[in-house]
Write a protein that binds this ligand. Structure first.
Ligand code: GDP
Ligand code: GDP
Length: 436
C-alpha cells in the first residue's frame, strides 16, 4: 500500500497546479476505470525512488469563496486517510479567514499527522518575506514554493517522502488470509463484520505499519487466521463515515489494495448496481480474489429455484466475470456466514495455486489438439509451450511464434479450459502471450 499525500487548502491557492506538477509523469491510477479515478483527483507519483499517491481535495467545491459543508467533509475525510498533508496557502492573496479555518481544523483533528504549510506563488524574495505572515496559522515552518515555476517543490518533496511510514515486511509474510468487506452503504457490512467478530474471542485490533487509522480485526476459524481489513469504520461508526461517497470509494480502494480476497456484499432486495460492477472490476484489475455475498437473504421469499435464478441473473450482469462465486447469506440470522469465510479461504488458496510446467504443457498439448488455433491472416500460429509466472497471483505465459496472431476468442477459450482443468474459482487469471 502506497503512502497518501493530501493537498488541502481553500480554492485557488494552487492545489491542482501543484498536483499536476507532482504527478505529471505518471498516469492516473486506474485509467481503465475512469469514473472512479477522475472525479477523485488522485494519481501516482514518485520521488527519490519512493512511490506514493497524491490527492487533490478541492475538486468538489463549486462555490469559490465559502467552505461548503461538503467540501469541508471531503477535506476531512481525505485527510483522515492521508499519511502527510500539504496545507496550501496563497502569498498573493495573503492570509484569509478561510486559511485560518483550515489551519484550526487541521490542528484540531489531525495533530498526529505531518502537516506542511506550503506557501504558494512565491516568485520573488519580496513575496517570500510577505509569506512569513502565514506563521500566524500556528504552523511555523513555511515552505515557500511556486507550483507554477516549480521552485521549492523538490525540497518540499524531499522532506515529505522522509515522513512516510516504513513498510513492515513481516506483515506480508504471515499466513493470514486478508479479507476486505466491501459494498454500498446499508448493504449490511457492519452487521456482517459484527456477526463474525461478535462471538469470536480471538479479536486482536492492531495497526501495524499501515495507515494510522486502519484498524484490522483478526479472527481464527478451524485453526486458520483471518484478518478483516479496516474494520474501524465498520465496527464503530463516526459521523464522517456515513454516507460519503468520496470517502467510501477511497477507503474501498485502499481496502481492496491490501486484501487477498474481496467480499462484495449486496442487499438481496436491491441487487447489483453499476457501482458494484465497478468495484468488482477494480478488484479484478488488482488481481484479488473475489466473492459475491448476497446479504439479507432472509428478506427474500423463496422457493427451490430462487437462488439459482438470482445468481443466473447476476452472472448475466457481470458478463465475463462468471468465475466469481456467489453465496446467499444473512448477517441477521447468520445463515451461511461461515460458509462464506470458508469459501473466501479456498479462493485465497486458489490464488496461490502453482501448477507445474509439465502439467501445464500436458494441458496445452491436449487443448491444442482438441481445438487448434485458427489464424485470420493465413499465417500459422504456433503456441510452443506455457508456464506459470508471477509470485502473488496466477499469471500464465504462452510462448508463440507470433503473439499478434492469437485471436481474442482463442484467448477466451484458453482461459476457459484452464479454469475447467485447474481450480481457480474466484481468482482473476492473467494470460500473456510472448514471442519465442
Ligand atoms: P486550486 O483551486 O487550489 O486547485 O488552484 P489552481 O491550481 O487551480 O490555481 C489557481 C490559480 O492560481 C490559477 O490561475 C493558477 O494558474 C494560479 N497559480 C497556481 N500556482 C501558481 C504559482 O505558483 N504562481 C502563480 N503566480 N500563480 C499560480
Ligand atoms: P452497512 O452500511 O453496509 O455497514 O450496513 P449495516 O450493517 O449498517 O446494515 C444496514 C441495515 O440493514 C441495518 O438496519 C441492518 O440491521 C440491516 N441488515 C444488515 N444485514 C441484514 C440481514 O442479513 N438481514 C436483514 N433483514 N437486515 C439486515
Amino acid at each position: 500500500m502506497k503512502p497518501l499525500v493530501a493537498l488541502v487548502g481553500r480554492p485557488n491557492v494552487g492545489k491542482s497546479t501543484l498536483f499536476n506538477r507532482i504527478t505529471r509523469s505518471k498516469s492516473a491510477i486506474t485509467d481503465s476505470t475512469p469514473g472512479v479515478t477522475r472525479d477523485r483527483h488522485m494519481a501516482q507519483a514518485e520521488w527519490q525512488g519512493k512511490q506514493f499517491m497524491v490527492m487533490d481535495t478541492g475538486g468538489y467545491c463549486h462555490e469559490k469563496d465559502t467552505i461548503s459543508t461538503a467540501m469541508l467533509e471531503q477535506t476531512l475525510t481525505a485527510i483522515h486517510e492521508a499519511d502527510a498533508i500539504l496545507f496550501m496557502v496563497d502569498v498573493r492573496s495573503g492570509l484569509t479567514y478561510l486559511d485560518l479555518d483550515m489551519s484550526g481544523m487541521l490542528k484540531k483533528h489531525f495533530r498526529d499527522k505531518p502537516v506542511y504549510l506550503v506557501v504558494n506563488k512565491v516568485e520573488s524574495r519580496q513575496l517570500a518575506y510577505e509569506g512569513e505572515e502565514f506563521r500566524k496559522t500556528g504552523f511555523t515552518e513555511p515552505w515557500f514554493i511556486s507550483a507554477r515555476e516549480g521552485t521549492g517543490v523538490a525540497d518540499l518533496l524531499d522532506e515529505v517522502v522522509l515522513s512516510f511510514p516504513e513498510a513492515s515486511p513481516e506483515d506480508e509474510k504471515d499466513e493470514v488470509t486478508r479479507l476486505a468487506i466491501i459494498g454500498r452503504p446499508n448493504v449490511g457490512k457492519s452487521s456482517f463484520v459484527n456477526a463474525l467478530l461478535g462471538t469470536n474471542r480471538h479479536i486482536v485490533s492492531n495497526t501495524p505499519g499501515t495507515t494510522r487509522d486502519a484498524i484490522d480485526s483478526r479472527f481464527k476459524r478451524n485453526g486458520k487466521d483471518f484478518l478483516l481489513i479496516d474494520t474501524a469504520g465498520l465496527r464503530k461508526r463516526t459521523k464522517i463515515d456515513k454516507g460519503i461517497e468520496f470517502y467510501s470509494s477511497l477507503r474501498t480502494e485502499k481496502s481492496i489494495e491490501r486484501c487477498d480476497v474481496a467480499l462484495l456484499l449486496l442487499d438481496a432486495e436491491q441487487g447489483l448496481e453499476k457501482q458494484d460492477i465497478k468495484i468488482i472490476q477494480m478488484a479484478a484489475e488488482k488481481k484479488k480474489g473475489i466473492l459475491i455475498l448476497v446479504n439479507k437473504w432472509d428478506l427474500i421469499e423463496k422457493d427451490s429455484k430462487t437462488s439459482k435464478k438470482y445468481s443466473d441473473n447476476l452472472y448475466a450482469q457481470i458478463g465475463n466475470l462468471s468465475w466469481i462465486p456467489i453465496h446467499f447469506v444473512s448477517a441477521l440470522t447468520r445463515k451461511n456466514l461461515y460458509k462464506a469465510i470458508d469459501t473466501a479461504h479456498e479462493i485465497s488458496l486458489n490464488r496461490q495455486r502453482k501448477i507445474s510446467t509439465s502439467e501445464l504443457n500436458r494441458f496445452l498439448q491436449h487443448v491444442l489438439s482438441e481445438v487448434p488455433p485458427s489464424s485470420k491472416s493465413g499465417r500459422e500460429l504456433k503456441i510452443k509451450y506455457m508456464t506459470q509466472i508471477g509470485a502473488h497471483y496466477p499469471v500464465f505465459a504462452f510462448f508463440c511464434n507470433n503473439p499478434d496472431l492469437v485471436l481474442s476468442n482463442y484467448k477466451r477459450f484458453l482461459e476457459k479450459r484452464l479454469r475447467q482443468t485447474f481450480d481457480f474459482t474466484g481468482v482473476p487469471l492473467s494470460l500473456r502471450y510472448k514471442n519465442k
